[in-house]
Design a protein around this ligand. Sequence first.
Ligand code: LIP
Length: 278
Amino acid sequence: MAEFDVQECYKVAMELVKTAGKLVREAINKKKNIEIKSCAIDLVTESDKAVEKLLISGLSSSFPDHKFIGEESVSAGEKCVFTDAPTWIIDPIDGTMNFVHSFPHTCISVGLWVNKDAELGIVYNPVLEQMFTAIKGEGAFLNGEKLSVSGETELAKSLIFAEMGSSQDAEKMDTVITNLTTLLPKVHGLRAMGSCALNMCYVATGGGDAYYEFGIHAWDTAAAYLVVKEAGGVIVDTEGGPFDLMNRRVLCASTQQLAETLSKILKQYQPERDGVSK
Ligand code: LIP
């Protein structure tokens, strides 16, 4: 097993994330080179690629034995392999569509998982200067202030984050619309801001009570998973069972009761898992 010192990992990752944040901040209001990935609403820019390169090369030079799962490396054809080895799971720009449109709700997401468990998570919105951090067992923080979830148990009093996603698959889009239609008359409000990691972090702050999405990837949830957990929140599969990082479905909530209520109401959808060889 490779050497693993969580404090050292946190220190190195934090410096790299701050440097990457400068790239994102400088690029967000400029013209971007945009490429299409799986479909017309699944995009990548040169900044996504540059940030991922910066993070992976910096982390691998400090931790040569560690493994990586990065959104853009996987898109470029690298295998998405999740083992017990220390693995950095990286979304260089979560909320790429927002970034493309210069909407400042976008972030860098870096999680470290060891033995298939989350050890540290950093989610950074460099435009709004929001640094969400968590180390296992040490709590979750926003710019150094300790976070805790709202504790809301009732669906009728909840502000829920939902997302449209970046797939134009007909069954997926139907699931999204059905769930919005079902929930709208039952909740305080629904919001869709375009970043899985930030949605999860806002559940951790208590600014929202729950979030669900079908079709996210491991890199969207890997870091914020720990932020939510350390803030006292619950992360499960959309059907209510244990969360599976590679299964592309997430439901997080401020309480177990709210998670259970939501999981029973949601129409379900199963995307193809991450890591399936093509
Ligand atoms: C995004 C997710 C978001 C989802 C988008 C997309 P990306 O990640 O954070 O929740 O709705 O479709 O997957 O692609 O910007 O890293």
